[in-house]
Design a binder for this molecule. Sequence first.
Ligand SMILES: [Zn+2]
Length: 340
Amino acid sequence: MRALQLFGDRDLRLTDIDPPPAPEAAEVQIRVRALALNYLDVWGFRGMAFAKRKMPQIAGVEAAGEVVAVGPDVTRFKAGDPVTMYGADTCGTCKACREGRDNLCENVAGIMGFHIDGFARELLNRPERLVVKVPPGVSFEQAACAPIGFGTVQHMLFDNARLEPGESILVHAGGSGIGSAAIKMAKAIGCTVFTTVGDDEKAEKARALGADHVINYRTERFEGEVRRLTKRKGVDVVFEHVGADTWNGSLLCLKRGGRLVTCGSTSGVSTTMNLMQLFQQQYRIFGSFGCTLRNIADALDKMASGLHPVIDSVFPLDDFQRGLERLESRRVFGKVVITL
Ligand SMILES: [Zn+2]
C-alpha cells in the first residue's frame, strides 16, 4: 500500500509498504481518506528533533478515514463508520488518561507524524480508545481538521481560557488554521473578536468569518490598535501562537485580570517579560498543547451543526510537499488538506 515517508531534511517520498495485519482485540483498522496539515508537519519536515526520531518515518499528524475492519471484541465501531483519530499514542491507564486528559499522559509514546509514524498511509490500525466517530454531515476533509486544528482551539478557548459568551478576545493570525477556527468558535458564542492578519486580502476574509475588528499587523501596531479600540481597557482573552514577536504586545492588550492562552511560538521561543506587569495586572497565562478526546468529539459536533473549518486548499497525497510549502509560505487562509 502507499505511504508517504520522511527520509531526512525536506526529503519526503511516496513509498510502498506492507499493509497492517488484521486488527487485534480493542483495535480498529482505518482507511485514511484525508489529512490536514499543521505547523507540526512543517517542523518535522524541516528536521526538528531528527536525533530523537527513527527514519524513515510516515508523515501526517492529523487525519480522518473510514473503518474497514474491527478487532474481535470491538462494539463501538463497525466497517463503514467515518472516524478521526487522536494524534498521539497515549497509554490509557495513567491518572491523566483515566481522567480523560490524554494530552497530559505520563507515558505518551509520542506524537504521530512527528515522533512516531503518522497517518499518511492508506491503512492503519489504532486502539479503539483513540478513535472518535464522525457525526453525519461532516466530510472527511472537514473531520481531518478536528484532532489538532479544531481540538486544540476547543481546548485553549474553553478548557484553559474559559472564554465566556459576550467577552472580548484577540486572536492572532486570523488567517491560520487555528486562528480562523478560533474566530468562528468565539463568534459562535457571541464574543467580540479582534484579529491580526498580514495583508488586506486576509483582512477581508477574516471579516467574512465574523471578526469585528481586523488589524493588519504589518501596517499598524496591533497592541496600540486594540487599546485604542477598547478605550484603553483591553480584552478579556488573548489567543497566542505567534510567540516572541507578539508576546509583550499581547500582554499589553489584556485588561486587568485578563487571560492569555498560548499553543505556539512560530516566531521564536524566547522573550523577556515584565513580571511586575504580570502580577500587578493579575494576568493569567495558560500553556496549552493538544487536546482531549472530549475536545475532538465536541469539535466534530460543532462541525455537524454548521461551524465548518476554513479550508484553504486541497491537494492529493502526491502533492503533500506542495501543501507543506504552501503552509510554510504563509499564503494560506485556513487549513491545507490532503486527500487519499
Ligand atoms: Zn496515559
